[in-house]
Design a protein around this ligand. Sequence first.
Ligand code: GLY
Length: 352
Amino acid sequence: MPSIHITASREYDVLVQCGVLKEAGKRIAEVTGIHIAAIISDDIVFQLYGETLKRSLEEAGFQTVSYVFPHGEQHKSLETYENILYFLSEHHFTRSDILIALGGGITGDITGFAAATYQRGIPFIQIPTTLLAAVDSSVGGKTAINLRTGKNQVGSFYQPSLVLCDPEVLITLPEDEYRCGCAEVIKYAVLGSAEFSKGLKETPVREQTERVIEACVTMKRDIVSQDEFDRGKRQLLNLGHTVGHAVEACSGFSVLHGQAVSIGMAVITRAAAEKGICTEKTLQTVLDLLHAYELPTETEYSLSALSAAAMTDKKLSGSMLTLVVPEEIGLCRLETIPKEDLSDWLRAGGIV
Ligand code: GLY
């Protein structure tokens, strides 16, 4: 069974294995020795996989309770976070018990933040059920909720005790969600490997899911082990995210995260080509790959709207902003600019 070991302030394994959801109880008990768990999930995922997880936990001797919240980015909120905390408190959860995030990035982020803060920290497990969560957000310990003023504005670094990734659950992913995951996969290809990028063009992600998850998690492991707290190299994982988060905010979150990241990667690569940082061929390769997965590469939002939205981005540090800029496929660099210069980069990226 492919298992990737993550070295950070807490060490843990990411198990990638078809059918592992049915063994979750046994695996979690082996790793943590804990037998009281709260499953946190959204209504759609819980309906699909909640019973399977509960059964597996109960067969392994767990007592379980479940907190289910409505799906959607608008519920990655202070209100849902507060409701989870009261739920845990009313069920007398203590630091000897465990939270299990069953779902995509929203569920993983909000459960992780609740785990990080409830009684100053309670263990938690990530069970990603979207491609995006499997390849990126379930690993590395970034947890967060949104504020009305911006995405992921409140959060912490808090590592899970185990990540259980069952590629079989991705079969039920809606097409849009699958493509969103592919945007994050393409991000890893542009950041880390021309060969991986070629492989994505030749063979659809759906036909090599396990291999793709392993490749992305391995790249993420290497970055997180060097920079868990996002002070340097880890910022590379924000490729496409500055413009992406601005697009999401401008759309009131109707543009999905992966679609927005795809637009963000296209814009920043266009800007890199325009500024002579990468070649036209590199730009074309990035655009071709995004188009191959039917991902968007244009936005209708204006330069002024996107610039204003980007000014609430948490990647701002004082008056400076760090962009991730492709030099070639498999190699990107961090470019720290005065925040006023973002408009110039957006213009170079084709935004009017
Ligand atoms: N998703 C970006 C990171 O984990 O740093």
